[in-house]
Design a protein around this ligand. Structure first.
Ligand code: 5GP
Ligand code: ZN
Length: 116
């Protein structure tokens, strides 16, 4: 099921350590190794999908579970009141570096307008 060369599949398999903040049957949330905000958490499907488009087309239920995990983690991390940002970088123009679908959950400070 995992992709042997994929960094995030290795995190799912426990072969690379990560600070896990929440696990559900089909999703995992863990802290980004190089945080770009006071709170920066990645939410992924445990199964390998190359990007969010592939994920959404292949498995709407897991897509919803990723969104649900992100929402619960945002609450637990105290981000719900002041807000946060949820991003799926996709493909080269989107700046995606790890080819396993993932949502970035960013918050804990004003992040400013994204496009400026
Ligand atoms: P992308 O650019 O693909 O949207 O984001 C990939 C993210 O994965 C980056 O924010 C990067 O800091 C994070 N990252 C890369 N390698 C590791 C790692 O080994 N562990 C963790 N926890 N995050 C990583
Ligand atoms: Zn993978």
């Amino acid at each position: 099921m995992g992709n042997d060369d994929c960094l995030f599949c290795k995190i799912v398999a426990g072969e690379i350590p990560a600070t896990i903040v929440r696990e559900t049957p089909r999703t995992l949330a863990f802290r980004d190794i190089a945080p770009k905000a006071p709170v920066h958490i990645l939410v992924i499907p445990k199964e390998h999908f190359g990007d969010v488009v592939t994920l959404a087309e292949a498995d709407p239920e897991v897509t919803a579970e990723v969104m649900g995990t992100a929402a619960v983690v945002a609450e637990y991390e105290g981000l719900a009141a002041d807000g946060f940002r949820l991003i799926f970088n996709t493909g080269p123009n989107g700046g995606q570096e790890v080819p396993h679908a993932h949502a970035h959950l960013l918050g804990g400070a004003p992040l400013g307008p994204m496009l400026s």
